[in-house]
Design a protein around this ligand. Structure first.
Ligand code: GDP
Length: 415
């Protein structure tokens, strides 16, 4: 039909011209409208020692007071012994687009004398969220999946100007296969420009040396020039040197800006020449939020799910076969259901028999008791009858009745 020779590939793409407007070019609009109706959700986790500016940065990113200023405990105050996991959600809206934003904070991370296991509660939390999703997928009704998986983890590195600390490396090594890691150098305004450059170089070298995979905007083929350049600019800033601030200050040219004022000048949060906040926000919110969600679902979650199923003895092929073959899936479900029913029936039978046995035992016991009482009563009556007959005989023969013991005394007989 398409005029190719016999050596053609299977299913060649057959481009056809349409005679008139059919309408499926409206599909993107339909998808758009549906997304607008449903809204989006995004879960970001922040990890790093207390006081590195995590809450401030989240407030700055989403232009909302998600976090109130924190009371940092004085040195020596007991803050507990473990890393806590706390999450805050907010529904925010911009130009009619609804976003349910959840921020997972991890207070306590790196704050103790011994931080060896600081990463563990965080891994547990991320896996628990994967498990909750997996559990929903396995339900009969999978229509409304709630996605509480962590889509990005912003990891705050202390602004020391040095390379990574052991705790940073340990955390990233444990987490990089489970979450999109976005390392940032915190409070970059406390470093000089040269220190920032040096620090970034050292951090990247450490990350490469330890084989840690951090999130990078993927470069697709046939992307337009502008997008390619945008991505390259973002990549060139990693790890983002960020400054957060809830305060409005006056810049030297009289503008009101978000920033931090110092005797030697003003650091502007939204000025790309001052820090990388703008690039971080661009990646996280403006250009790659969907990419982060997709990568979480398609790669990180999928790997976790495969490992989990494998550990449970279900090979991927088997489960894919079942997923793609409704008959096999149904047969398996039916077998499972029948096994469950048979087990329930056996259990019910057992309980029933036990109850019957107990009842029989009780009946037998009361029967025996009844017999015994009956026998006793019969014996007592028989004895009474014999006594009476004896008395009667004696009365009739004229012999006096032998008074019972003690009666003689009472009536003065025999004195
Ligand atoms: P968290 O414990 O990591 O959530 O830290 P906070 O956001 O509560 O910030 C702790 C302190 O650091 C507060 O006094 C903030 O005003 C300050 N802070 C936050 N971000 C920055 C920053 O980028 N630069 C500087 N110099 N201070 C910051």
């Amino acid at each position: 039909v398409n005029g190719h020779s016999g050596t053609q590939p299977v299913n060649p793409i057959n481009r056809k011209k349409l005679a008139s407007w059919v309408g499926f070019s409206n599909l993107p609009n339909q998808v758009h409208r549906r997304s607008m109706r449903r809204g989006f959700n995004f879960t970001a986790m922040v990890v790093g020692e207390s006081g590195l500016g995590k809450s401030t940065l989240i407030n700055t990113l989403f232009e909302t007071k998600l976090y109130e200023p924190k009371q940092i405990p004085a040195p020596g105050v007991d803050r507990g012994r473990t890393v806590q996991i706390e999450s805050i959600s907010a529904d925010i809206e911009e130009n009619g687009v609804r976003l349910k934003l959840t921020v997972v904070d991890t207070p306590g991370f790196g704050d103790f004398v011994n931080n060896d296991e600081s990463w563990r509660p965080i891994v547990d939390n991320i896996e628990a969220r994967f498990d909750a999703y997996l559990e929903q997928e396995n339900r009969v009704n999978r229509l409304k999946l709630v996605d509480n998986r962590v889509h990005a983890c912003i990891y705050f590195i202390q602004p020391t100007g040095h390379s990574l600390k052991p705790i940073d490396i340990e955390f990233m090594r444990r987490l990089h296969t489970k979450v999109n890691l976005i390392p940032v150098i915190a409070k970059a305004d406390t470093l000089t420009e040269e220190e920032v450059v040096l620090s970034k170089r050292r951090v990247l070298a450490d990350i490469a040396h330890h084989g840690i995979r951090i999130f990078q905007p993927p470069q697709y083929e046939n992307e337009d020039e502008e997008t390619i350049q945008e991505n390259e600019e973002i990549i060139s800033k990693v790890p983002f040197a960020v400054v957060g601030s809830d305060n409005i200050v006056r810049s030297p040219n009289g503008r009101e800006v978000r920033g931090r004022a110092y005797p030697w000048g003003v650091i502007e949060v939204d000025n790309e020449e001052h820090c990388d906040f703008v690039k971080l926000r661009q990646m996280l919110v403006r250009t790659h939020m969907e990419e982060l969600r997709e990568h979480t679902n398609d790669i990180l979650y999928e790997n976790y799910r495969t490992d989990k199923l494998k550990a449970m003895g279900v090979s991927q092929d088997e489960s894919v076969f079942k997923e793609t073959n409704p008959a096999a899936k149904q047969a398996e479900e039916r077998a499972l259901h029948e096994a469950k029913l048979a087990k329930m029936e056996a259990e019910m039978k057992m309980v029933f028999q036990q109850k019957v046995q107990e009842k029989e035992q009780k009946l037998k016991q009361s029967e025996e008791e009844l017999y015994a009482r009956h026998r006793e009563m019969k014996e007592a009556l028989e004895k009474q009858r014999l006594d009476l007959e004896d008395k009667k005989r004696r009365v009739e023969s004229g012999r006096p009745l032998t008074p019972e013991k003690g009666t003689k005394k009472r009536f003065g007989i025999g004195k």
